[in-house]
Ligand binder design. Structure first.
Ligand code: GUN
Length: 287
């Protein structure tokens, strides 16, 4: 049996249609959803991610604005710019693109964005819902976890009672994702660079989610022999000038199903962000 490819495209097409419709509804009420990305410095990977966000934002009819600041910006100046955006009623969604420069590392970046405009879903006010056990994916929750859970659901893959190994404990992916999966009744192991015997853990998993950032990190030896495992690849790496994930071709071939790179988790993350923008705008209009 060939493994199934869990492509994002059919679900993204469906969601774009729905979001375009919700965006139209807001425009008919005199409000154009508007997203603002704050980029400190000029990290080339960040610029690529931002372009993807801009493209989908404009495709559904929303406004997009990039505010670029020098890497050397003083914390005080950064905070004052951000404050303006937090208070500006014509801006509905704000992202501080990570990583930020060294000059800002001491700031508590996730909590600086107005929680109503926090379309990344990183602010403690929004992440609290994860801790208290929500399964409501319509809230402003982190985009990569939301995208992964929506994609699994779209392909009819239940999380109930499943053993899931998540590799990587970042603020953006691993931490929120592990807890959200648990809210959907998965049994979750959150593994990381210090985990011992990682292969033994992944061999026992029903679903393996890799957010490591190393091409070919997951070889076929991470998998069990029975070809019944599902692989979710969050990696975005460059290898021989090509975009690759963390999961090798050999591991994909041995799986039951896998998300491709490109065309899997990446587009799900972006569409979840745009969904958060529309939700945030609707909430603010109601507000
Ligand atoms: N850098 C890489 N991914 C992300 C993301 O989802 N949000 C932000 N703000 N920065 C990122």
């Amino acid at each position: 049996m060939h493994p199934k490819i869990l492509a994002a495209q059919p679900l993204v097409t469906e969601l774009k249609k729905e979001l375009r419709h919700r965006c139209e509804g807001l425009k008919n009420r005199g409000v154009t959803p508007s997203m603002c990305v704050v980029l400190v410095g000029d990290n080339p990977a960040s610029l690529t991610y931002i372009k993807n966000k801009q493209k989908v934002c404009e495709e559904i009819g929303a406004h997009f604005k990039l505010i670029q600041m020098p890497a050397s910006i003083a914390a005080q100046d950064f905070l004052s710019e951000l404050n303006k955006l937090n208070q500006d009623p014509s801006v509905h969604g704000i992202i501080i693109q990570l990583p930020v420069s060294e000059s800002l590392k001491a700031l508590n970046i996730p909590n600086l964005v107005n929680p109503e405009k926090d379309i990344d879903g990183f602010n403690g006010v929004n992440t609290q819902a994860i801790y208290t056990g929500t399964t409501n994916l319509k809230l402003l929750l982190p985009c990569t976890p939301k995208g992964i859970i929506n994609l699994l659901n779209y392909y009819g893959i239940s999380l109930d009672g499943k053993n899931v190994v998540v590799i990587g404990r970042s603020l953006i992916v691993g931490k929120p994702l592990s807890m959200m999966l648990s809210n959907f009744n998965a049994t979750v192991t959150l593994a990381h660079s210090k985990t011992k015997n990682l292969k033994q853990l992944t061999q026992l998993a029903d679903i393996i989610i890799s957010a490591v950032g190393k091409s070919e990190f997951i070889g076929s030896d991470f998998l069990a022999h029975h070809s019944s495992q599902i692989l979710i690849d969050v990696g975005i790496n460059s290898f021989d000038g090509k975009l690759t994930g963390d999961i090798s071709k050999e591991a994909q071939d041995k799986s039951l199903a896998f998300t491709p790179v490109p065309g899997g988790v990446g587009p799900m993350t972006v569409i979840s962000l745009i969904e958060n923008l529309i939700t945030a705008t609707e909430n603010q209009v109601k507000g």
